[in-house]
Design a protein around this ligand. Sequence first.
Ligand code: BG6
Length: 528
Amino acid sequence: MNTSIKIEKAAEPEHVPAIMARDPFTVVIFGASGDLSKRKLIPALFHLENGGYLPDRYAVVGFSRTPMSDEQYRDAMFDDLKTQKLTDPEKLTPQHKTVQALHYIPGNNDDAESFKKLEARIRELEEERNLPGNRLYYLSVAPEFFATIVKRLKEAGMIRGRHDKTWSRVIIEKPFGRDLQSARDLNTAVTEALSENQIYRIDHYLGKETVQNILSFRFANSIFEPLFNQKYVDNIQITVAETLGMEGRRGAYYDTAGALRDMVQNHMLQLLCLTAMEPPSALDATAIRDEKVKVLRSLEPFTPDEVAAYTVRGQYTAGKDPDGKAVKGFAEEEGIKDGSVTESYVAMKLRIENWRWAGVPFLLRTGKRLKKRVSEVAVTFKRPPLHLFGHNKTSDYCLLTDRPQTNVLVLRIQPDEGISLSFACKQPGLQIQLNDVRMDFFYGKAFQQRSPEAYERLLLDALRGDASLFTRSDEVDSAWRFVTSILDGWKVLPRPKYPNYAPFSDGPDEAHRLLEGTTAQWRSIAAM
Ligand code: BG6
């Protein structure tokens, strides 16, 4: 039984310090007509403007192949904005400052001439709008263009140096490489043109309010952190479950990636780092990232035998969605090659070989077409040393035959963002009967203000020059070092027996194999 105990609303802080991007700037979006730009970047700028986070002067320049004029681009983005879930839709008019800041220039990502034209146009705009020349280049393009664009920017003299008065920063979308070697090659290519502090490798999970809260929860309270170690924690489970499948055009990309590259190398390992890292010496980019790297370095790469023992991958079968509508199996999805071994699900058991976590299993799983869309970090604590409340011969006071459930602390990333802690409680009555109850905190109930979207947070940080929530090259390298050992193992292991899980289920039954030798149980996705 789960009885909920309501936690009272947290007191509002008296003073919320204003953070804003103070330097006038130009954002240049490569891949300006793509989905990310329409659904996330332009809405993020719109919200930042409405919140008063942007300076009085700025420009946004879209760059992509589609021929369009400034007006056409502005109209298209305005129409798209109308279809987005905006916090303050009434503020959206064609005269809105963000809409009016939009400009466009068509061009090719690998064409020196296009970059000359782009530079000339930006300079014109900077002149017109009295902008000093600070630039944020956002690479929202296919990964094969990352290195090329950075090179072209450099050649066209579009990157400011360390001694310039103005700044140039480049946001690079994921995936940053597809294995250790390609990530290193890409890093070498981009660092030929940029210094590390100009590179902002984005992982949108780090912009999520609940993900940032992992550090606040752990290090702004004194009662949880002392328990976060091998002495008290039995196991930690990180689940990122999605109900979506390939939804048409995504299949072609996904087939080249798979769940391990698409979700584990970045988002899930970031969640792992934040959950497992030591307290940083300060809340700044260097200190936070130093601690995350230490966690990643403690993940020993797997041998092929370990890959076989500690990972499970899957592909979903065809089936029905909860409304009874037929859905395709992974292999039949558009864009998936015949005989593809790409995993739409992966689960693994890892160990962080350091003083704090030695011996604690970390169980990670993520997949498409699972039972429910839910992401969480669940920390299961060890049992008390003695089962005091068991039914025994000398007393009929206790009725319990089974031991109570162990305490579980759940950091709920999405949806229904919040935190819950379960514990055993005496059920009212003259005998002792224990029940599992929960203390729940929900963001939505405790706070009235909206949670900013991840991209708002991250764009603002990049405009302010704060890289704390972006990944550093050594982080990416260490994450790939571990993930590549799994990719290498899979290459030499027998082909998995696909398909092996039903759509809208908890994933392959085989995942239970990972629990052997532990006291952990997979948490039911449906019950999350
Ligand atoms: C992206 C992956 O990085 O994250 C997608 O490429 C995935 O496959 C998405 O669906 C999940 O993000 P969110 O914010 O919806 O959990």
